[in-house]
Design a protein around this ligand. Sequence first.
Ligand SMILES: [Zn+2]
Length: 554
Amino acid sequence: MLRLERPSGRDDKIGSIHQITRLSPANWIDRNVKIGGKAMNLRWRPWWVLPYNLEHHRFPDGTYRRASMEKAGRQVEKSSSLAAKLLAQVQVPWTSALYVAPSAAQLSEFSFRRIDEVVLTSPTLAETRDLDAWSVSRKSFLNHSNITLRSAFRSADRVRGIPADVLVLDEAQDLLLENIPIIRETQAHCTRPEGPIYQMLGTPKSYDNPLEYFWSMESTQGEWVIRCSGCGNRTLEGVGENNVGPRGLICEKCGKHLNPFEGTWMRTGRDDAPVEGFRIPQLLMPYSYAYDPRIFGRMWAEIINKMRFYPRPQFYNEVLGLSYDSGDKPVTREDIRECCGNEHTFLDVEAFDFKIDPRIGNGLVFCGVDWGTGGASKTVFSACHYQGDVFRNFYMKKFEGPEADPEYIVPAILNLLERVRADMVGVDWGFGFGLNSWIRAGFGADKTYEFSHSQMQREKVKYDSSANVFVTNRTAVMSDLFRIIKMRGFQFSLTWQMLRDSGFSQDFLCNHKEATRMGKMIYNHPPGTADDALHSVLYAFLVSQSRYPRADLQ
Ligand SMILES: [Zn+2]
């Protein structure tokens, strides 16, 4: 039988500013909130402590975070936790909290089953109600705080004008993306000196929904990372299906049992992302009952059953708290991380030293330009060369803000081509039609190759003489680049940390495989994300093949 060490009291030494109770929210919840008549007991749910205490937790860089999101599997005590946290927040007098769910049914479920039930079964809370103003859509408290509940599936009208110090978007995967900024305006007039508190929760569906959008664009993408006591390997991507053992979580490297009570939150996204993200997979849930091996065993058996019998998308969404598409990524974060250098040798254009020749062994320099198409898509310039058998990117630049102006970009790119001593450049034909003529004129028509991606063409690359453009089979040429990344035949000159913080890593990670209606496999990325850096490297890689044809990719 699986043996678990009892978790040590990890509850916080966090300096609490909770005005009434002088306790951190997690401590307050542990003492005051009962779910189904029982205390939450956070010692057996250590992954909930940081989400509860977020606004009171001082991060190592000295900051506090007041915006968070939880991307969770089903049945991970998400709703109970949310109710508990909301109730902790309204203990501060004069707090206005606004809870928004997509549908009226979800709203009343939360209102009755979560808030009312918790309040009624937690004796100290029942007395704090203002019974004259206690309904499905409004919960008032004697300390002048209140929780307003609204549904906003198609329209945000019912939410407009409600001021909110605390805003919660529940089941956010079903909200409309364009309504979310409108709903967030309810926090614009918050007069609290520390600012409003914002929380978004949900269970993923496909990539194309607000939860995934904000997770990838705005959150720090936190994972519960557990270190294996056997081999020292850490679950840096969070726990997933490779960690499902017959009797509990196991290390995917050595097979030893993992103890999630020894886990810790780690960010896999940008440190400076505005929203603190937490993924909470169902795989952690049975451990909430690890004190009773019978309950634990039964719950774990259920997870194994779901792994066997659920359709895979459902298993990904509901058990792992992941979009299914993410199971079908051409390259993983680990792949990209392993292509990064230990040292930063990226050339900084500002400090670019003309005396340093980036070419080693007198190799050729291949560049690529992917023109931005607006929105998240920006123009990216890349410079690469071969170092032995490794295709190496030594410079990348994204043109953003005022630099995105075509009048700025063209001379800047011509200047870069000269500085990196480019031999050839591959450019995106589709959106750069006008701009490419300037590149040809400035850099040389014989050294400028234009590419146009096609989903239909059978040949990998074919020259169309009428348009003077190389037409590619988009899926096939992207697969080639993903393949050399997977084989570590590609290298960034940035460290992983820098690649991630510069935002470039996301460009290489946002694509997933998808089938068209005709059954063809294509690569796609969620709306609002961009893969321009990937394509700029791809164009450089394509032009390189006219000089260094790759026998391994034929
Ligand atoms: Zn191990």
